[in-house]
Design a protein around this ligand. Structure first.
Ligand code: 3HC
Length: 283
């Protein structure tokens, strides 16, 4: 039975996952390589919960109870106390492989090791451990406390028992689960990213302004935000990484990254997180 969840990475995604896990009643260990990163993640959670309190959607005491559920950590050794680890570190295969190798040694034999990767192969991550049946993808969506979807990705060796435990946790977190097999971009990003990439082609061909391209999807298709604004929210570097995974994975030119997207990334214009992407957030 899962009671304690460790979240590795206290950034945008990891912080959100820690918040929904604590709100679902789990004991949470929020881990990152430096305490200042963990404190920043905690600060965002505090802000999110305070906003809910000020809107009358949550009691102040409930906010305190959620925060009290979250312990902080800067050592992977703390994973020894976890029944489930959700890794939400940066998207780098070598880094993730090292984390999973360490977790495999530190964690209890029955602990489940999940990754929030947006595109790296679950089967390959699982293969660095001696428990590939207990490795699974838990793909959350940004902003995690708001977006209802949990895409659960089965690696080649993931057991039914592991899948069922994770599906139950997803429901407890208030998410709508979808189950997909391991494949480049999984289900969600295989559909979403080509749309975003195409929006960059449309922009680069001068067919319309960024605002007009976004308005096409906002007001024509009722998307909450347009694809270019969404790319800024996701991070243009992440978008490019995922396009490269699709392109290399399927060897199909329909997934070639738009050169304009590449130029934004090369220029360090990565979206909201750097204050500038397609749009300017610096003011
Ligand atoms: N963290 C927590 N809560 C947030 C938030 C954040 N970062 N941003 C907004 N919210 C909450 C607000 O507090 C508000 O809550 P309330 O309804 O309880 O009052 C609610 O969300 C709506 O927020 P706003 O009124 O400020 O703004 P909008 O109505 O414009 O919504 C949005 C903002 C939720 C971001 C909406 O535009 C949206 O849904 N956009 C699409 C996001 C999306 O597609 N995400 C998926 C990205 S893909 C991904 O993550 C996968 C990866 O692998 C690439």
């Amino acid at each position: 039975m899962v009671q304690t969840i460790m979240v590795i990475g206290a950034g945008q995604m990891g912080g959100g996952i820690a918040q929904v896990a604590a709100q679902a009643g789990y004991n949470v260990i929020l881990n990152d390589i430096k305490d200042e990163f963990v404190q920043r993640g905690l600060g965002i959670i505090d802000k999110n919960l305070s906003r809910a309190v000020s809107k009358g959607k949550m009691e102040a005491a409930a906010k305190d109870a959620v925060l009290a559920k979250i312990k902080t950590s800067t050592s992977l050794d703390d994973a020894k106390d976890a029944d489930l680890v959700v890794e939400a570190a940066i998207e780098n295969m070598e880094l993730k492989a090292n984390i999973f190798k360490t977790l495999d040694v530190v964690c209890k034999p029955e602990a489940i090791l999940a990754t929030n990767t947006s595109s790296l192969p679950i089967t390959q991550i699982a293969a660095v451990t001696k428990r590939p049946d207990k490795v699974i993808g838990m793909h959350f969506f940004n902003p995690v406390p708001v977006m209802k979807l949990l895409e659960i990705i089965r690696g080649f060796m993931t057991s039914d028992e592991t899948y069922n435990t994770i599906a139950e946790i997803g429901l407890k977190m208030g998410k709508v689960n979808v189950e997909v097999k391991d494949s480049p971009g999984f289900g969600s990003n295989r559909i979403l990213l080509p749309m975003i990439n195409e929006a960059f082609f449309v922009l680069s061909e001068g067919l319309g302004t960024a605002e007009d391209i976004d308005n096409v999807m906002k007001f024509g298709m009722a998307h909450p935000m347009g694809p270019l604004a969404l790319a800024d929210l996701i991070g243009l570097d992440t978008c490019l990484n995922i396009m490269n995974v699709l392109y290399e994975g399927f060897k199909d030119s329909k997934y070639r990254p738009c050169p304009l997207l590449v130029k934004y990334v090369q220029s360090g214009l990565l979206g909201q997180k750097t204050g500038k992407g397609v749009y300017d957030y610096s003011k």
